[in-house]
Design a protein around this ligand. Sequence first.
Ligand SMILES: N[C@@H](CCC(=O)N[C@@H](CS)C(=O)NCC(=O)O)C(=O)O
Length: 213
Amino acid sequence: MTTKLKLYHYWRSSSSWRVRWALTLKNIPHELVAVSLLDGESESAAHRARNPLGYVPVLEISKGEYLFESLAIIQYLEDKYPNPSLLWRSTDSLTRAKIWQLAEIINASTQPLQNLTPQEMYSDDTEKRKSWAKHWNEVGLNAYEVICKETAGEFSVGDELTLADLCLIPQVYNSKRFDVDLSKYPTISRIYERAMREPSCIASEPSQFEPKK
Ligand SMILES: N[C@@H](CCC(=O)N[C@@H](CS)C(=O)NCC(=O)O)C(=O)O
């Protein structure tokens, strides 16, 4: 018997949104389990047994078998559920590498630096934390804009959604929270507006999962 995939996520986590979006776009049956980042739930022994880093997202792929790191999870989903493809639609190696490059600008060089834990290590002052996070968002978006100006069609690479967009759009959502001036990024802004009209994007975006007060 196959178990339904179970995604441990947090509504406002950008990395969680990437995976929710992939599951939605590929129409993969799954259930969601909320893990709060704010009240220490992600640091609990139960959650660290799923991911020793104490982060979300985590995908339970069968009873007691967990995958974490959103891009590894999406690669797994891509292999198991190839259509629609987020990575391999193009047969051109350079284009595939550009998709990865854009995804990694966000995944490796932006999101980790503005994550909650580095912010907490940096300062107790909420204003200083916010300007730190804003800075690293701008560093990432500056680089992304330079590259995607060359690769974009309707989306970051051509006219189809790819892994790059699944990383970019949630990061733009973070940037907005940190008051980044998006008018400095015309290509990114255009892609963001376009992506936010996609049903799979709307169905997976944070406000759909915000806990009711
Ligand atoms: N590289 C990881 C990043 C995971 C991550 O940083 N998750 C954040 C939420 S977006 C988190 O759990 N942060 C908790 C913390 O900083 O303590 C991935 O792509 O899954």
